[in-house]
Design a protein around this ligand. Structure first.
Ligand SMILES: Cc1cc2nc3c(=O)[nH]c(=O)nc-3n(C[C@H](O)[C@H](O)[C@H](O)COP(=O)(O)O)c2cc1C
Length: 188
């Protein structure tokens, strides 16, 4: 009998996955520092206190034999003053903000090395909290993903490639069968 593509096993680094279906990130990625949030009250993992708070959550997933990756991000130019502590200007590699009226704000590139370090530390903290790995948030917006050429992205990226956004069971089977992605994220 022919194997259903989404049910084919996949080896991801040290992990032997029994199928190709992953749960889409649906909680807001974990910020890497207090400058990371793109909107208020998103999760974070940049202090030891955060690490401790994540531990029981990770344990609960492990208790059900789940493999749990932490998605980490810095919102950069997507952020707004409202999401920043003390109402400071968001930091970004560009002064081209996403929120109308933010263009031309004097954002500086000086903070970028610090942000890179924040990503390093947060990745370590995630592992300390028990996560099985980390994932960098690329672009969670299905409308925008749809505009990127999937194959070009797949070729440019060496790691496990997860696609997602509006996939049906049929679409998912097709994308795996045609080897255009390794795994498919489903949210709905
Ligand atoms: C409430 C909610 C929270 C989300 N949080 C994230 C997130 O933290 N990171 C991310 O990359 N995408 C996030 N997304 C986007 C979903 O992961 C993405 O839309 C999903 O792949 C869509 O799958 P679906 O079309 O099967 O629902 C979120 C979507 C929703 C609805």
């Amino acid at each position: 009998m022919e194997t259903i593509p989404l049910l084919k096993p996949y080896k991801m680094g040290n992990y032997q996955l029994s199928h190709r279906v992953v749960l889409a990130p649906l909680s807001g990625p974990a910020g890497v520092s207090e400058t990371a949030p793109g909107y208020p009250e998103i999760p974070g993992i940049w202090t030891k206190e955060h690490v401790e708070a994540w531990k029981p959550i990770v344990q609960a997933v492990h208790d059900k034999d789940g493999i749990f990756f932490c998605q980490i991000w810095h919102a950069g130019r997507v952020s707004t003053y409202d999401a920043q502590s003390n109402g400071k200007a968001p930091i970004s590699s560009t002064d081209n903000g996403c929120t109308p009226g933010f263009q031309g704000v004097d954002w500086s590139a000086d903070e970028i090395p610090q942000v890179i370090d924040d990503f390093r530390l947060t990745a370590r903290y995630a592992i300390e909290a028990g996560f099985d790995g980390v994932e960098r948030a690329q672009d969670g917006h299905p409308g925008r993903i749809a505009r990127y050429p999937l194959l070009a992205m797949r070729k440019a990226f060496k790691g496990t490639f997860i696609t997602g956004g509006g996939y049906t069971k049929g679409d998912g089977n097709k994308v795996i069968d045609e080897n255009r992605a390794d795994l498919v994220a489903f949210g709905r």
